[in-house]
Design a protein around this ligand. Structure first.
Ligand code: 13P
Length: 309
């Protein structure tokens, strides 16, 4: 009885979300790390790059961004005429908070003439101090598109190392890291290899350099989907946030996905649930805005990234 009641409630929430979406001309975007039911209710599920593209082009009055704060903020920067809602304001990104605008200005002073490439996992104020944004889907390509030979790369030091190994440019990293990916160790990869000798090991480039070196391939979350579709190998070990497995299982039902480590859980990505999506839509609550003087500069860095072919 209890189970059935819960199911009915969930069904009612889903119906109400659909109704409000139509009435308010809203679109729901969800990152690949969101919990299953949030991914399932979304109009688009994707990586940071895909979602920023969709947010920029969306033909909607309201964007409900199921992800973390910098993602909703990027949508607000790219679409100032739309109302961007973050269902739970606690959903932050500790990596994005590892550098602020003052620290970046100081870093730039120490390296005059260098370009600033900033991971999309950053605050709007930091983007406003940057030449170009990057995501894990395009990092090497974007860095190579710059005319400067020296590039300050903030805030993720692991991703900076990944790029430095794949470009002729000189990369000067900031020492930030994603708490979730940084927890994975080389030992975790060695153990997984022993347990599943036939499997391929795919990790996110936010992992430590030694983890990336021991894995078979390092890709952003969107890249993991294309790779899993194309590989002939059946067993795929995934070294990124656990929410990714739901997306991968849906996209590639013929493959077996195994999480590299149970440590791969981002608490911030788990704040959002169906009730909070409904609440945000119903009350038009948790609006994310960016002051004009920051937005006008931050948008240039995002648009430059989107223009890289
Ligand atoms: P992707 O752009 O690969 O989806 O990564 C986003 C992110 O925040 C990784 O921790």
């Amino acid at each position: 009885m209890r189970g059935r009641r819960r199911f009915m409630e969930k069904q009612e929430i889903l119906e109400r979300i659909e109704q409000l979406k139509r009435e308010k001309n809203a679109v729901i975007l969800a990152h690949n790390y969101q919990i299953e039911e949030v991914q399932d209710v979304a109009d688009h599920v994707g990586d940071s790059f895909e979602l920023s593209r969709i947010a920029a082009d969306a033909d909607a009055d309201i964007i409900v961004f199921c992800g973390v704060h910098f993602m909703a903020e990027s949508a607000a920067i790219l679409s100032p005429d739309k109302t961007v809602l973050l269902p739970d304001l606690n959903a932050g990104c500790p990596l994005a908070d590892m550098i602020d605008a003052d620290q970046l200005r100081e870093f730039k002073k120490q390296h005059p003439g260098a370009a600033v490439a900033t991971y999309i996992n950053s605050t709007a104020a930091v983007k406003a101090e940057s030449d170009i944004c990057i995501t894990s889907a395009n990092a090497v390509k974007v860095v190579n598109s710059l005319s400067e030979e020296t590039v300050l790369f903030v805030p993720d030091g692991n991703l900076a190392h990944f790029v430095a190994q794949r470009t002729a440019k000189t990369i000067i990293p900031w020492a930030g890291y994603c708490n979730t990916h940084h927890r994975v160790t080389a030992e975790d990869v060695v153990k997984a290899r022993e347990l599943y000798p036939e499997a391929v090991i795919v990790v996110h480039p936010e992992c430590r350099p030694e983890v990336v070196a021991l894995a078979d391939v390092a890709l952003g979350t969107g890249g993991m989907i294309s790779y899993s579709r194309e590989t002939k190998v059946k067993d795929i070990i995934i070294g990124t946030e656990m929410g990714m497995l739901h997306r991968l299982k849906k996209e590639c039902p013929d493959k077996n996905f195994i999480l590299l480590s149970p440590k791969l859980i981002c608490p911030n990505m788990k704040y959002t649930n169906l009730e909070k999506v409904l609440n945000a839509l119903e009350k038009k609550e948790n609006v994310i805005t960016v002051p004009d003087e920051i937005r006008e500069r931050a948008v240039l860095a995002l648009e430059r990234m989107l223009a890289v072919k």
